[in-house]
Design a protein around this ligand. Sequence first.
Ligand code: KG4
Ligand code: ZN
Length: 340
Amino acid sequence: MNLWPGLLLGIESSCDETSAAILDGSQVRSLVIASQVEMHRRWGGVVPEAAARAHVEAILPTILDALSQAGAAPEQITAVAVTNRPGLVGALSVGVSAAKAWAWYRSVPLIGVHHLEGHVVSPYLDGGDPPTPHLCLIVSGGHTELVAVDGPGRYRLIGQTLDDAAGEAFDKSARLLGLGIPGGYAIQQAAAGGNPRAVPLPRGLAKDPMNFSFSGLKTAVMRQVELAGESLDVADMAASVQEAIVDSLTAKAIAALEETGSRCLTLVGGVAANLCLRQRLENECRKRGIEFHPAPLRYCTDNAAMIALAGSVRLQRCERDGFQLDAEANAPLPGAMIES
Ligand code: KG4
Ligand code: ZN
């Protein structure tokens, strides 16, 4: 990967984490994440207006903390990368405004980054080096996509969820089981000691090899919780939910690898932190002689290091954004780019 040679400031604020990172090549000099999870726990989910206000409070201290942990002075930062799409517009706007102000005041280049492109490059952080072309399974709170990565910045969408994302399925099931947020982690913890085959749950779209569906799972969990009433075994139920999601993601990823002939799989996004999913994909890939590169655990959930890295690649290709850069709620992963 051809990377921006100087120190780069990355900023992420698309949902409920305010994050800043200082990147030096592919080495993360510092990464600070101010999570709002405690605040949103009160409401059982992310409240967009509250998220935006919390970003306003956290953005400057987070950036200053990242600089100080990196031992970097502001004048040593030679470029700024910021998530500008997709996400909660109010939340995104906070990061975008901070990045624009920095770039203007310090007269350094600015680049807007697609949040999913940040996830896609996360396996390359800290010196990781998955070969291209490869297949990338993106599993987050808002997205579940299989993307063929033909080279840096060159993507093809192979499959996606037709309804809920995998992280959403974890989060909604966790809520039905009375577990906390973030739901995926809560289910993983509750599943320890449970029987993954205790409760039969649907694997959506079993006949469609490339696309996903998780809305039936949520309905089935709701029904099982009602049926069980007081006698609900939370560990068994959590283990069964995790098994259904992991099963479905693994089956589709393997089908897509076979269909595309790809010999390498990467796994990214918040749900990539799930240890059961990592283990299952690792085993299935090993059996088939396929390389498996999951994102390092600390870069699975939202963070500014991955945004800085995606920005670094684009800046090095002489891409720049002007001060008209804006936050966008919805935007597809940037399409094929011509290799220079
Ligand atoms: O990528 P991410 O931090 O934010 C989005 O871009 O959406 O992903 C958040 C999602 C949440 O749905 C959360 O429940 C899930 O990642 N998650 C997990 C785990 N840790 C976070 N899901 C399963 N197992 C985990 N250990
Ligand atoms: Zn994300």
